[in-house]
Design a protein around this ligand. Structure first.
Ligand code: AHR
Length: 333
């Protein structure tokens, strides 16, 4: 009985406050409490990784796993390590997974994602692109792309090769390409040609070595059997550059002297190669993307509109940089 009276009284009190507000006194704005914003600990990320093709990727995967622990984000990690179509199956799985509330992908292939992106949008799951871009007509299908400007990385490599070959009569350059169809491979090749061709560089050989050392060495060995008329090698990542170095050494050519070598990533192995004076330049491509990706994912989950690209900051490192040893010692990957 007592409880009912109390309830009745509290209804009357609330009602009278509300009524008083309506009875000619200054209206009190009844602010709605905002919908409870998600926190990092509410986020369950379905992350589809490219695979484990080298040091850059290992550092990138570690960044996602370590940062998830630090922020309290629950991470469901799918490591493709196989042809692109496995990524499609994983993406579909995360769309269907009722726990996953944000999907992050580093797409192996740049095309063929529209349908899945539309399905994710229809289920209300924001999609963040990490590291690799995609070719899609409607940019509303993803929240944002967090990653490097691969075209600019290519331009930096081309400008550095122009510097290295400035005194050279001939400027034949061979190119080792990443996995064909990836935005990294396409954009770096485009950027390199934009600047290299301005100083008379001619790309006389170009082939995919799929981001790895072994294929990089094999391809250069084959090309050297056909001709030694090469003044520079542009490898689209450090691993392929290290393979080229081995191929040159095998036939008695001095890497970084007889043939200038430029690669991309700025991994610890590239710094070691520069300290050994085997590599002239490495252009940085930052793999430590997770903090920016998780920040963007949380904002998207809370309904914020994001810029379509959140670029990462990157440098260029030269074999003759002062205090190169100190820089190398301070690197995280
Ligand atoms: O997408 C970034 C590229 O992917 C890195 O440059 C390369 O090492 C990796 O395979």
């Amino acid at each position: 009985m007592k409880k009912n009276v109390l309830t009745l009284v509290s209804i009357l009190v609330i009602g009278s406050v509300a009524l008083a507000a309506c009875a000619g006194t200054t209206p009190v704005a009844i602010t709605k409490t905002p919908a409870t914003a998600y926190k990092y600990t509410d986020m369950i990320i379905g992350f589809i990784q490219v695979g484990s093709e080298g040091a850059w990727r290992s550092a990138n995967s570690a960044s996602f796993k370590e940062t998830a622990v630090a922020l309290g984000v629950r991470l469901k990690f799918y490591d493709s390590a196989s042809p692109g179509n496995y990524q499609i199956a994983a993406f579909q799985q995360f769309i269907n997974d009722p726990e996953v509330n944000v999907i992050v992908i580093s797409p192996l292939e740049a095309s063929g994602w529209e349908e899945l992106l539309q399905e994710a949008k229809d289920t209300g799951k924001p999609v963040i692109l990490s590291d690799r871009r995609i070719e899609v007509g409607n940019e509303d299908l993803y929240a944002t792309f967090v990653g490097s400007d691969f075209v600019e990385e290519g331009r930096k490599a081309g400008a550095a090769m122009c510097k290295l070959l400035a005194g050279s009569q001939k400027k034949n350059v061979w190119e080792l390409v990443g996995n064909v169809g990836s935005s990294a491979a396409k954009d770096r090749g485009q950027g390199f040609r934009e600047t290299a061709e301005k100083c008379g560089i001619v790309v006389t050989n170009s082939q995919t070595a799929n981001w790895n050392i072994i294929e990089g060495q094999q391809i250069i060995e084959v090309w050297l059997k056909e001709s030694k008329d090469v003044q520079g090698i542009f490898a689209q990542n450090d691993e392929m550059g290290l393979g080229a170095i081995e191929a040159l050494k095998k036939i008695g050519l001095v890497p970084a002297v007889d043939v200038k070598i430029i690669s991309i990533d700025a991994t610890s192995a590239a710094f070691q190669a520069m300290l050994n004076r085997d590599l002239n330049v490495t252009v940085e491509c930052n793999p430590l993307l997770a903090p920016q990706v998780y920040e963007a994912a949380l904002a998207a989950l809370n309904g914020e509109t994001l810029p379509k690209w959140i670029p990462t900051k990157e440098n260029v490192f030269f074999m003759d940089d002062k205090n190169l040893e100190e820089i190398a010692a301070g690197r995280k990957y």
